[in-house]
Design a binder for this molecule. Structure first.
Ligand SMILES: [Zn+2]
Length: 294
């Protein structure tokens, strides 16, 4: 499943193809999944940004001046298996055609999505009511908006830490792989509740490290089957070679040699080291005494 680093890698790779180009057509046969895409036709792509796992094309009138504010956003969520390709395929769901530019040719991008969880919508900027995850999304982990003090304070009151991270509310873009990797680096059990200040700080640092390394490596590619994460040019990310726990159940922890455990937590496969990441009892009394030390 594409997570933030994969989506960011996709963004960096397709932005040069899209920026400044006018959308000639958006073809698909699922208007309930790809909503109001006709509004994008004839409009110029001013830029391509990302919030969490959402890609957002800024659209303006075709004759808009450079730097003029965009008035529509074309939002793409890659779902479990979505990605852009330069060639059509068996699982192409949406065809995005760009007008020819100067003497150049037009360009066509194919949205490939074997499992069909991907979504698109064209909306006015900021109108995300139909996308509750996007509307309630926390700060970007690699931006200055991701504040250590705020994160530590929220983590102190949180329930089981991994599902809390996956909610996207404390920080955006951390999915299953990067939650497991960050918790391993910070030595925190995935089901730990109410993190102490030092645990919160460790986790904050771990999230930034893991996301930075993963973006640098171009994301993770898993397995060889159809629908595994690939870039539009067929190039795979390399971060899977840096996974410490994710997908490593039964293999030795790189830090202490104990077998990595795999459990199901909030319906997600979860990997951790039972020795490095010990679940600590935090009773109601512990909570009160935590508060007294604030
Ligand atoms: Zn260990």
């Amino acid at each position: 499943m594409p997570e933030l680093p994969e989506v960011e890698t996709t963004r960096r790779k397709i932005e040069p193809l899209l920026r400044g180009r006018v959308i000639q057509g958006v073809e698909h046969d699922a208007p309930h999944k790809y909503r109001d895409t006709h509004l994008a036709v004839g409009r110029r792509v001013q830029g391509l940004s990302r919030r969490g796992k959402y890609l957002m094309l800024q659209l303006a009138a075709a004759d808009a001046a450079d730097g003029e504010a965009h008035d529509l956003e074309f939002i793409v969520h890659l779902g479990m298996t979505g990605g852009f390709r330069l060639e059509p395929g068996q699982h192409t769901r949406v065809t995005l055609t760009l007008e020819p530019e100067g003497t150049g040719d037009g360009q066509t991008l194919f949205f490939n999505d074997p499992r069909r969880f991907g979504k698109m919508a064209v909306v006015r900027p900021g109108e995300y009511a139909g996308m509750p995850t996007l509307a309630a999304m926390g700060p970007e982990p690699l931006s200055d908006d991701f504040n250590e003090g705020d994160f530590v304070r929220l983590a102190r009151e949180a329930g089981a830490v991994k599902p809390w991270l996956l909610s996207q509310k404390p920080v955006s873009g951390v999915g299953n792989i990067y939650a497991d990797e960050s918790l391993w680096q910070a030595k925190i059990h995935p089901a730990q509740t109410r993190l102490t200040e030092s645990e919160g700080k460790s986790l904050y640092t771990a999230i930034r490290d893991v996301m930075e390394n993963a973006v640098e490596a171009g994301g993770s590619s898993l397995g060889n089957g159809v629908g595994n994460y690939r870039q539009h040019d067929g190039v795979s990310g390399l971060f899977q070679h840096e996974h410490h726990v994710y997908g490593k159940g039964g293999q030795p922890c790189p830090r202490c040699g104990t077998d990595i455990a795999k459990i199901v937590l909030a319906q997600r496969g979860t990997h951790f080291c039972p020795k490095c990441q010990v679940l600590k009892e935090r009773s109601g009394e512990g909570k009160r005494s935590n508060r007294q030390t604030v």
